[in-house]
Design a protein. Structure first.
Length: 247
């Protein structure tokens, strides 16, 4: 069985990493390439970059930024935000990304998931699901999507997604712990890997999430101190979480 993964997430707006609480009050916290390097050196298994303004601003994801990231990082990374077509997704992979993440575009046109899987392979297709109280929200969490998280998770798997990035809007940025009920419900409903996202504030929170999901997304807990990832890995090992040896 694959070892659990620790995946720092960098939300990007205007070319800078930003962070908020429950998807609101975004503040700038650093350069996406520099922070990515710090996380890589601290032992991150993968990274996720999400262009949180691309869909709201009606533009494509930042290919130029992806090229810069790929030049400096050796670990795999996923890019999401503004991916509306298989051609746009392919351009991101050609620029150096290892996977792409889709959210609002997949909700608007679910057939896109199958098109991405056919062109890129399911292993490169991550579907992000943002949920509040079990209900899916779209357009960076600003609008209801009229779907239940568990129902949508089953559908995206059936359409060819290789992984689900599940974010609890209720827990996002709070550092009070992941929404374990939501995470368990989705993980039990699908056979593809689930990345738990939203709410990490301590090693115990991450360990609890990794008891349910295959990976944990980390954001607020790291942004002010990227080196914290090194001590988190040690704390998680003490809690009995098996992790790969950091390079």
């Amino acid at each position: 069985m694959p070892l659990p993964r620790l995946i720092p997430c960098l939300d990007v707006a205007g070319g800078r990493v930003v962070k908020g609480v429950r998807f609101e009050g975004l503040r700038e916290v650093g350069d996406p390439v520099e922070l990515g390097e710090l996380y890589s050196e601290a032992g991150a298994d993968e990274l996720v970059y999400l262009d949180v303004k691309a869909t709201l601003e009606g533009r494509d994801a930042l290919v130029e930024l992806v090229e810069r990231i790929a030049e400096r990082l050796a670990i795999p990374f996923t890019v999401g935000g503004g991916v509306h077509s298989a051609a746009a997704a392919a351009a991101l992979l050609e620029a150096g990304a290892d996977k792409i993440s889709v959210n609002s575009a997949a909700l608007e046109r679910p057939a896109l998931i199958g098109e991405l899987a056919a062109r890129l392979g399911s292993q490169a297709v991550v579907v992000a699901i943002d949920s509040a109280a079990g209900h899916v929200r779209t357009r960076a969490g600003t609008e209801p999507a009229g779907r239940q998280a568990v129902e949508w998770a089953r559908e995206v798997e059936a359409r060819g997604a290789g992984e689900i990035l599940l974010t609890s809007i209720d827990a996002d940025g709070t550092r009070d712990g992941y929404d374990l009920v939501l995470t368990a419900a989705v993980a039990d409903a699908v056979s593809i890997p689930v990345i738990a996202s939203g709410g990490a504030g301590a090693a115990r929170h991450i360990a609890d999430a990794l008891g349910i999901a295959q990976a944990a997304l980390l954001a607020s807990i790291l942004h002010e101190d990227p080196a914290r990832l090194t001590s988190l890995r040690a704390e998680l090992r003490e809690l009995g979480v098996p992790l790969r040896d950091a390079a």
